[in-house]
Design a protein around this ligand. Sequence first.
Ligand code: PEP
Ligand code: MG
Length: 336
Amino acid sequence: EKRAFGRLKRLPAQLQSGEDIELSANLELPAEMPMLMRNGAKGIGLLRSEFLFGEREDLPDEDGQTEAYRAIVQAMDGRPVTIRVLDWGGEKGRACMRRLGLAEQVADGDNPALGLRGVRLLLRVPEVLETQFAAILRAAEPAEGVPPGRVRILLPMVTSSDEIVDAREIYDRVVRRLKRKGHKLPDPLPPLGIMVETPAAALTVDTLARHADFMALGTNDLTMYTLAVDRADSMVADRYSPLHPGVLRLIAASADSALRARRPISVCGEMASDPRVVALLIGLGLRSFSMNSASLPRVKRLIRTLTLEDCDQLRRQVMLETDPVVIRDLVRQFAT
Ligand code: PEP
Ligand code: MG
């Protein structure tokens, strides 16, 4: 099987009917880079930047962050790298914020998942966002002897357009500052996109698209917020299902709206690491997926055996059903 996967790495991620499918990798730690390369990722669809902030007593400075991003961008050798700015929130964010002396930003609500998370938190401490934007822009600077980095920037936990507008204002300010200091920034600048991982965002992709350059569906959080189920809560974990028709309809609506608004959209939640679920998502109109590197070969192997009509047929069957358990069985039986 290992040898077969080795050959697969060089083959295109393409349906039997000819459509190209983009298969990228999620990256949580730089240590995952070798596996990402081995498994032939088209790019990094989601670089979770939390690892830079994790166990420290202070915030990582601009130079330190620049080095970390640059190492990854250059290792990717011209392939796209989508860097998500800090997505702290919930309990983890609370503890880190306190340790970093930002305790006054942290209220003690009972519902951290519904509190100061992702972009909301970043807009409350704009100096953190500014530093991160600057480091990402510098990591994307054209350099001698390496292909230009194709970097994109992703905002987490967006629920409305004012958050994108405010973040972009900060982004523009950082760009002006770096230019004044003589930095040779990439042209065009890295696009600024959003995670679609709340029901509000999924239902308003058409309007958010006026402010965001691209979209990434975060189906982990989208599932949690749509079903009001915390996966980490063992009392309800069995009700956590990205195949719930409510979640699938939000995904379908997001894909349609993004297509109509001519904005690229990808899926980077865990559901994209299941090959049969990817087939369903292709049926729903999606063409770009980012997943943990280990899943790349299995996903590629299955999609190379399928036609668009196969995926569309699965979609038609699934979207008629209302019971998540029945849907799960339909997906499981597909292409066996
Ligand atoms: C998601 O929510 O689906 C996602 C990709 O982001 P994370 O898992 O990092 O919250
Ligand atoms: Mg998320």
